[in-house]
Design a protein around this ligand. Structure first.
Ligand code: BG6
Length: 489
């Protein structure tokens, strides 16, 4: 007997910039993803610009734009997010397939620059507002509950260039206007909201040369503080507009273990949890900075701009549910590491007990149970796993079928872990697998790193018919949902 509650929200997840395409249609403004090229497992994605004299140039993530330069789409580069998988035009077809699988929920995001093309306008772009209204109505037609991420890595490019992005306190007000528009326009259509996708990535994965580290930490902690305040204000407004709204945080949940039983590794691992995972959850779920925050700031000489009003907002805008992504785990050690593995905004020592995907992500379903039990014990809030999945190569057979047994095996083991966690008392209310339809990878910009139950005929250069087809996992997940997690065969 499985332990999933009868109204468990089974479904799948995507993000606007990774599926929609239509990057410059119906008044949408550009976001950072639109000036980001494709990459591979071994080569980075580049961000492209024109310098003050009009010469083309590239940056990697985290590098600053040179003085006088501006972000630009350049010839001779391919920008995979411009096309995504064309969901903007094909959402009806995609939702019919989700409905065929029996989805109870679909997690998606609203592109900020579709509603506010620059980000600092007073009034939203009507075409953008109406597009999402039709999208939510279509989901409701299929009895699929929308679960909406307000910000999924896509601050409008104009705000990045003209305001310095989240380094600027003004972004709080721009975000709040955007969020308020969403709550108001889609009242009655959307009830489940997430304020910021993987808010902890900014502080969890800082890459800077030693002499620039303090500066990088200062900026990262400040950006996240502004996002905390923006999130807390949005939660309060969301509740005021519709008390039915359930609003969650969203944390990138890479569980970590100490690599050895050396007490120094055990302590280091605990501190890593605090910095990378708990810091954000604690503020968003408990409403104030935790005691260890001062230690983390002191380690890098961080001094934050925090006002009295900010603290009141944090306390008044705690979330209703804890949601997170879970793909893999990592090891933490104070000893020298010879074999480093990386994935999902993190890296650590190789774990000899685990297997790794072609992209170096550990397969660790037990880590999901560990994470769920630890987090529920800490916050005692309803929990949702809003991303979980395996990015892998798919082979299309001559008859068009796709036998992705490895993906089925991955999901089966993670679902068993969730079942165990529920049995042990965790109030798990939903599960949305990542990339229920193939998407553009956020990390590498590839399509060949496929996650979907639904295959999309498009390659890394945008060639293909964009036709959709069902993989073996499609039929398997349909059975899982129909049996409420009972039939995992
Ligand atoms: C999460 C993001 O970090 O992981 C998604 O919220 C992303 O946007 C997913 O797509 C998988 O990562 P990747 O790099 O394989 O796309």
């Amino acid at each position: 007997m499985s332990h999933f509650p009868k109204d468990f929200l089974w479904g799948g997840a995507t993000a606007a910039n990774q599926v929609e395409g239509a990057w410059n249609e119906d008044g949408r403004g550009p976001a950072m993803t639109d000036v980001t090229t494709g990459g591979t497992v071994n080569t980075p994605r580049y961000i492209t610009y024109l310098d003050k004299d009009g010469n083309p140039g590239t940056l990697t993530r985290g590098q600053a734009l040179p003085e006088g330069a501006h972000y630009a789409v350049l010839d001779n580069y391919y920008y995979p997010n411009h096309l995504g998988v064309d969901e903007y035009h094909r959402y009806k077809e995609d939702f019919a397939l989700f409905a065929e699988m029996g989805f109870k929920t679909y997690r998606m995001s609203i592109s900020w620059s579709r509603l506010f093309p620059r980000g600092d306008e007073n009034e939203p772009n009507k075409a953008g507002v109406e597009h999402y209204r039709k999208v939510f109505q279509e989901l409701r037609k299929h009895n699929i509950e929308p679960l909406v991420t307000i910000w999924h890595f896509d601050t409008p490019l104009y705000l990045e260039e003209h305001y310095g992005g989240w380094n600027n306190r003004k972004l709080i007000d721009f975000y709040v206007k955007f969020a308020t528009t969403c709550f108001t326009e889609y009242k009655g259509l959307v009830r489940y909201w997430l304020t910021f996708n993987e808010i902890n990535n900014t502080i969890g994965f800082i890459r800077a040369p030693k002499d620039k580290e303090d500066e990088a930490y200062q900026a990262a902690y400040q950006q996240v503080h502004y996002q905390f305040v923006a999130s807390a204000k949005a939660v309060q407004i969301g509740h005021a507009i519709d008390p039915q709204n359930m609003i969650g945080c969203m944390i990138c949940g890479v569980a970590t273990y100490p690599a050895t039983c050396d007490p120094k590794d055990v302590l280091e691992n605990r501190h890593s949890w605090e910095r990378k995972l708990l810091y954000c959850g604690d503020v968003q779920c408990l409403g104030s900075y935790p005691t260890y925050a001062q230690r983390l700031w002191d380690e890098h000489n961080v001094h934050l701009d925090i006002t009295e009003d900010d603290l009141i907002d944090l306390a008044s805008g705690t979330v209703d549910m804890y949601t997170f992504s879970y793909y893999m785990s990592n090891l933490v050690t104070t000893h020298e590491v010879k074999d480093m593995v990386g994935g999902n905004f993190s890296h650590g020592a190789r774990n000899e007990y685990l297997q790794y995907s072609d992209w170096g992500w550990a397969f660790d379903p037990v880590g999901l149970q560990y994470y769920l039990e630890l987090i529920y014990d800490r916050y005692e809030l309803p929990v949702m796993v809003v991303e979980n999945g395996l990015g892998a190569y798919d082979t299309v057979e001559e008859d068009g079928s796709i036998h992705d047994q490895f993906r089925i095996d991955y999901y089966r083991e993670h679902i068993k872990s969730m079942d165990e966690a529920i049995k042990n008392g965790v109030d798990l209310i939903g599960y949305t697998t990542w990339g229920c339809i193939d998407v553009v990878s956020a990390g590498t910009g590839e399509i060949r790193k496929r996650y979907g139950f639904i295959y999309v005929d498009v390659d890394d250069e945008g060639n293909g018919t964009l036709d959709r087809s069902r993989k073996d996992s499609f039929y398997w997940y349909k059975k899982v949902i129909a049996s409420n997690g009972e039939d995992l065969a």
